[in-house]
Design a protein around this ligand. Structure first.
Ligand SMILES: [Zn+2]
Length: 379
């Protein structure tokens, strides 16, 4: 009975009431963080062609809960943030709530209950309305009275399944959803369950239900939402001036315009970093970097590696070194292996594996030698 546009209209009115009546966190940084994370997740949410005006608000309430109003207005309790062990678990809760929005459970329920005629009255009653009847200071009362927020088990399963897919497509461990609910259950054994649990039944079955769907397309998911295909086991060869390298034959090559370097990536592996620049989310970069110092010094490789990593961290402020300085060999030559984490342009964290190797006779020398060889003095 409702169009997506009506979802937005109804949700917007309810969200204004909710924002007025629920205690805010008064922490612009937290709201900005939730918005950034939420929009990342929302970009992987299958909404058909519907554009929702997603909003994310922190609620200063220690109860572990979150809810989403029709149209994409998401409220996350401080308690849900504090109960998360890592970003993936918080993302899981948000992905679940966003899925209720995409699946349009809020207004679908109303449609089924044939409460359409009274819906506006119910909505303004639940959220206090502009006449200012009820003052809801506690989310418990808010959720308990919320016609919009109480979903069937089927609806909860659907939100788990879609949310898990969104989580996976956003680069998070899809098990984070189940982990969060398991942890929640363990922590609240014997106590009154937090609102989120009473709203969201059967946490112990979430793992089995949600995991098998990962990697299959979510119902109605646009192709763009899918992570790239896995690397092929067959390889193509790339020949640069000073090295040859093989790469999965379902990847494309992107040689640097200034020579020496090349990137390889699967379809969908290169994304907009949010500021209009192409960024590699999945793939491989070969790069030739001139370094300071004497190449014949005994610590030249370590010195050069440090310079490369410093340059990388300068360009990527959130890049962190996870495992440093392991000796490896690359085609018989000494190299250094470093593991890094960084913000992924696909959302969440990415892992970067960097191998550095000293090439004193690199492509620049070779090119320079060719140029020198080409010099002919005129009489
Ligand atoms: Zn739910």
């Amino acid at each position: 009975m409702f169009s997506p546009q009506q979802d937005v209209e109804l949700g917007k009115r309810a969200a204004l009431d909710a924002a007025r009546q629920l205690p805010g966190c008064n922490a612009p940084k937290v709201d900005a963080y939730l918005t950034q994370l939420g929009l990342c997740l929302a970009s992987k949410l299958p909404t058909g062609s519907v554009q929702y005006p997603f909003e994310f608000h922190c609620v200063n309430d220690k109860a572990i809960n979150a809810f989403a109003l029709p149209g994409g207005y998401v409220f996350i309790n401080r308690g849900a943030i504090e109960a998360s062990d890592n970003e993936g678990q918080l993302a899981a809760v948000m992905a679940h709530e966003l899925s209720h929005v995409a699946l349009r459970h809020g207004t679908n329920q109303v449609t089924k209950a044939q409460w359409a005629q009274g819906f506006l009255g119910i909505a303004s009653g639940v959220f206090g309305g502009s006449t200012g009847g009820t003052l809801l200071t506690e989310l418990g009362a808010f959720a308990a009275g919320g016609v919009l927020l109480r979903y069937s088990r089927t609806a909860e399963s659907q939100a788990d399944v879609m949310g898990t897919q969104v989580l996976y497509d956003s680069g998070y461990d899809p098990r984070a959803m189940a982990q969060f609910f398991e942890k929640l259950e363990a922590e609240t054994k014997g106590k009154n369950p937090p609102e989120f649990l009473s709203d969201h039944p059967n946490p112990e079955h979430r793992v089995e239900r949600a995991l098998p769907v990962v990697k299959k397309p979510a119902p109605g998911a646009p192709e763009a939402a899918a992570a790239p295909a896995l690397p092929s086991g067959d390889f193509a060869e790339y020949q640069a001036n000073s090295y040859n390298v093989k790469y999965p034959d379902n990847w494309k090559k992107y040689p640097d315009s200034n020579g020496g370097g090349v990137s390889f990536a699967p379809e969908g592996g290169i994304l907009d970093d949010g500021s209009g620049h192409a960024a590699l989310a999945y793939g491989l970069i070969v790069s030739v970097t001139p370094i300071q110092g004497n190449a014949s010094d005994s610590n030249a490789l370590e010195n050069g590696t440090r310079q490369v990593l410093q340059d990388l961290q300068k360009a990527n402020p959130n890049m962190k070194i996870q495992r440093q300085g392991e000796r490896v060999r690359l085609n018989g030559q000494p190299g250094v292996s470093t593991y890094l984490t960084n913000d992924s342009p696909a959302g969440g964290l990415e892992t970067d594996w960097v191998i550095t190797v000293l090439r004193p006779e690199g492509s620049y020398d070779k090119t320079f030698s060719s140029i020198l060889d080409s010099v002919r003095f005129k009489k």
